[in-house]
Design a binder for this molecule. Structure first.
Ligand SMILES: NC(=O)c1ccc[n+]([C@@H]2O[C@H](COP(=O)([O-])OP(=O)(O)OC[C@H]3O[C@@H](n4cnc5c(N)ncnc54)[C@H](OP(=O)(O)O)[C@@H]3O)[C@@H](O)[C@H]2O)c1
Length: 223
């Protein structure tokens, strides 16, 4: 499989590139900041510069052409509400439109649990905007004809992963290592019947390949 990673220089993105290559797949990694090229290269992906704000759908589609799957793991990461709208929101819409234009059906979105918005201590305006934007991106993606998978990880941590997770359509939010999110996405990409499904993900005790297969079996093929 040849996967195109949007956000390849990021925490999940670099780990995903490495895992894909370990699994015998090929990865192309789109990054925005020219200083981050070496991060993408050392992760094992072919680097391609691209910007979800500056590039239009045609330009993104040209970069994605020839791949079998797109994984969207980019994000504004606390750089302000306007950037969140442009990257996590409009950027995701453009990337999914570009995948469709390039003839790539398989599209994985790394999203987020929406219920953090109900935290009893309240959340900042910026975080609430981020959660609303992520949810709107999910709504957009589920209305496309793409063969999408939405993965909602809990709070991402950098501790080493062990390849063990809990995955399902509805979980209580928990932290999850970025390593294990990346490993689960690789397993999900290799599970063709896992499609048009939202998967919540947490640290757990099930090997990622089993977890992906169990979710696929529980939702069944598209009819
Ligand atoms: N942090 C959490 O606890 C958490 C929880 C749930 C879900 N998530 C989601 O998980 C995903 C991965 O998170 P992460 O913390 O691993 O990511 P990250 O390290 O913040 O990386 C995000 C990447 O997005 C890229 N990016 C930003 N703006 C861009 C643009 N205009 N065009 C192209 N690329 C752009 C950046 O590329 P450059 O390096 O080239 O600038 C960066 O490497 C994100 O979608 C995030 O919303 C995060």
């Amino acid at each position: 499989m040849k996967a195109f990673i949007v956000g390849a220089a990021g925490g999940v993105g670099t780990r995903l590139a490495t895992r894909l290559v370990e699994a015998g797949d090929a990865a192309t990694g789109m990054f925005r900041n020219p200083d981050h090229r070496s991060r993408v290269e050392s992760a094992g992906a072919t680097p391609v510069i691209g910007d979800l704000i500056a590039d239009d759908v045609n330009q993104l589609a040209a970069k994605m052409a020839g791949h079998d799957a797109v994984v969207f793991t980019a994000g504004a990461h606390g750089t302000g509400m306007e950037q969140t709208t442009l990257i996590d929101g409009r950027g995701m819409e453009k990337a999914s439109a570009a995948a469709a234009q390039a003839g790539i059906a398989r599209f994985v979105l790394v999203s987020a649990y929406p219920e953090a918005a109900a935290a009893p201590q309240g959340i900042s305006e910026g975080y609430a905007h981020y959660l609303r934007t992520k949810k709107a991106a999910e709504v957009f993606l589920t209305r496309t004809e793409l063969d999408w998978i939405i993965v909602r990880p809990g709070h991402l941590v950098d501790k080493p992963g062990d390849g063990l997770v809990t995955a399902g359509p509805a979980l209580v939010e928990q932290d999850v290592p970025r390593d294990d999110v990346a490993a689960f996405i690789v397993a999900a990409l290799h599970e063709p019947t896992l499609s048009r499904t939202i998967v919540e993900l947490a640290d757990g005790a099930t090997p990622v390949t089993d977890a992906a297969r169990q979710v696929a079996n529980s939702v069944g093929p598209r009819r």
